[in-house]
Design a protein around this ligand. Structure first.
Ligand SMILES: Nc1nc2c(ncn2[C@@H]2O[C@H](COP(=O)(O)OP(=O)(O)OP(=O)(O)O)[C@@H](O)[C@H]2O)c(=O)[nH]1
Ligand SMILES: [Mg+2]
Length: 241
């Protein structure tokens, strides 16, 4: 990749990811080094009972505190506020948000960066629902839930983004700060509202197809509660915009 003065801050929210964290951090560091990209990885752990924070501290010792930044919180306060908290001290002019459970592969990040540079886009979003994108390891129920959630949101809100509930994205930092300020939803709707707000503010968005694989270690939490929460949030959002 052509050398630039850009710095990329990765926000990694973690809750019970002690088995996944060392692998994802290793993969990120390797990718950034090989592509000569300046970076920091900000880990926002919500006091995970499995001791994820201790693992994060060891990784910080290994890679250095200019590369691994710890922004722990006292309890499980949810994903939306984790990004707000993480971005506060981010030193990069770009921010990448991704999951820590290895559903999002770092190999797509250089593609995100190249695409961002191509059109000076404000936001690059990974999409499972266009081109070579896809989902691996989910059962039919979960696939249909995700696809249905996206189709429903697209019909109701029409923000012109094919993967609204995905959470693998690259933002200009000031753009992310702006959008987060305007976003009120919690839970699964949060990612979708971010795209709706981005369109409202006329930020430019481009998509990169990604393959999403089911989490490697740990229990999935998607249950009826999340689906009901999503539908409620979607209705609120449709009424609000
Ligand atoms: N800091 C923080 N991180 C969280 C919280 N909830 C989830 N995460 C992390 O956010 C990322 C996405 O959450 P996941 O639990 O993987 O959500 P999902 O992919 O929809 O569901 P899974 O099937 O469980 O993978 C992961 O890195 C989680 O560890 C939270 O309340 N606080
Ligand atoms: Mg996951």
């Amino acid at each position: 990749m052509a050398p630039t003065t850009n710095r990329y801050s990765v926000l990694l929210p973690t809750y019970n990811e002690r088995d996944n964290l060392p692998i994802i951090v290793w993969m990120l560091v390797k990718m950034f080094r090989e592509n000569e990209i300046d970076y920091e990885i900000i880990i926002i752990d919500d006091n995970s009972p499995d001791g994820t924070l201790e693992v994060a501290q060891r990784l910080q010792g290994l890679y250095g505190d200019d590369r691994i930044v710890l922004r722990p919180r006292a309890g499980k306060l949810g994903l939306g506020t984790a990004y707000v908290h993480g971005i506060k001290n981010a030193t990069g002019n770009f921010v990448i948000i991704m999951d820590a459970d290895m559903s999002h592969h770092p190999k797509f990040i250089p593609q995100f960066i190249r695409e961002q540079q191509r059109g000076d886009f404000d936001i690059i979003t990974g999409t499972r629902y266009r081109g070579d994108g896809g989902v691996y390891g989910w059962d039919l129920r979960r696939k249909l839930t995700s696809r249905g959630a996206n189709v429903l949101a697209d019909v109701l809100l029409n923000p012109g983004v094919s993967d609204l509930t995905g959470s693998f994205r690259l933002y200009k930092k000031h753009v992310l700060a702006n959008i987060i300020d305007a976003t009120v939803s919690k839970g699964y709707v949060f990612q979708m509202e971010m795209m709706v707000r981005a369109r409202q503010f006329n930020f430019t968005i481009s998509e990169i197809p990604i393959t999403f694989v089911d989490r490697v270690y740990g229990e999935s939490k998607l249950g009826a509660n999340e689906v009901v929460g999503y539908l409620k949030g979607l209705v609120t959002l449709v009424l609000a915009v």
